[in-house]
Design a protein around this ligand. Structure first.
Ligand code: NAD
Length: 269
């Protein structure tokens, strides 16, 4: 059995991750955290997570320090600030991590990478297996189509998402830029409004829609006179991310310290 702590267990991803850990058969839910003041803190884990199997009277805590000692792997899908605090705790205790949080600033990302340097950590903007295949395909398509094709990245998520564009959309754009041998930060254009002039040939456009309860939709368009190609991933539920994160959990528990992403977990390098 691999012992798992889920941080942010009251959240959309945290709930589903905890439920799937309980159903897994090879992973044990040994603790969970929530934001101080969240209604789940102090309540029994089984109550918070629901499902058929009850996890006895282990309470949800607001301090990862209290439960990290029981964990082989800590799974974190929360906020950048909370993830940085949890990374410092895991680093001190030498506990592996699986991190899906998005929306880090450049400085936060550097701090996070430094904090997890000595532990095994899988960090990915999208844990879905099919999306990770798409990361490979969009780079290859960009390389084949080349500079004759305009590229635009479109993503759509639920109304509650706080960061834009999504971490996955950024990764898609990075892979496209790599395929075209461009530096994304120099060519990216976020949305367009007003007298923006004709499209430049080298720019990569990015657009974010926020509506309803969409789990996540990503498309990369390649257009030239007479045709366009759309490569699209459509998440129908959060299970695609949660199941990928559990796959990453088994990988993190069994691997040497290092910073990995889903391409490592899936053998896509
Ligand atoms: P959410 O808002 O539903 O859940 C986040 C939870 O974290 C909340 O319950 C919040 O109270 C909790 N939290 C905040 N601070 C905390 C703290 N200090 N300690 C413990 N818990 C704390 O959001 P969500 O939709 O579940 O997404 C969470 C994150 O995961 C976002 O950054 C989102 O973009 C990302 N995400 C990544 C993937 C992926 O595959 N990598 C997939 C889906 C979502």
């Amino acid at each position: 059995m691999t012992n798992v702590v889920v941080c942010g267990v009251g959240g959309r991803m945290g709930q589903r991750l905890a439920q799937l850990v309980l159903e897994s058969g090879d992973l044990e839910l040994v603790g969970a955290t929530e934001h101080p003041g969240h209604e789940a803190v102090g309540r029994a884990l089984g109550d918070v997570v629901g499902g058929d199997r009850r996890e006895g009277d282990r309470a949800v805590t607001s301090d990862l320090n209290q439960v990290v000692g029981r964990a082989d792997v800590v799974i974190v899908f929360t906020s950048p600030e909370a993830t940085l605090t949890d990374a410092a705790v895991c680093s001190r205790s030498g506990t592996a991590m699986v991190v899906g949080t998005t929306g880090f600033s450049g400085d936060q990302l550097a701090e996070f990478q430094k904090a997890v340097a000595g532990i095994s950590c899988v960090f990915a903007p999208n844990f879905s297996t099919a999306m990770n295949v798409l990361f490979k395909l969009v780079e290859e398509a960009a390389r084949i189509l080349g500079d004759d094709y305009d590229v635009e990245v479109l993503e759509a998520h639920h109304r509650y998402k706080v960061d834009a564009p999504s971490g996955s959309a950024l990764r898609l754009a990075e892979r496209v830029a790599a395929g075209l041998e461009r530096n994304l930060s120099e060519v990216v254009v976020h949305g367009r409004q007003g007298e923006v002039g004709e499209r430049t040939r080298r720019e990569i456009g990015m657009h974010a829609m926020r509506l309803g309860d969409m789990a996540g939709d990503h498309s990369v368009f390649y257009g030239a006179p007479g045709e366009y190609l759309e490569l699209r991933h459509h998440a129908t539920s959060r299970d695609s991310f949660a199941l990928g994160a559990l796959r990453a959990t088994r990988f993190a528990a069994a691997t040497e310290p290092g910073l990995y992403d889903m391409a490592d977990v899936l053998g896509l390098r």
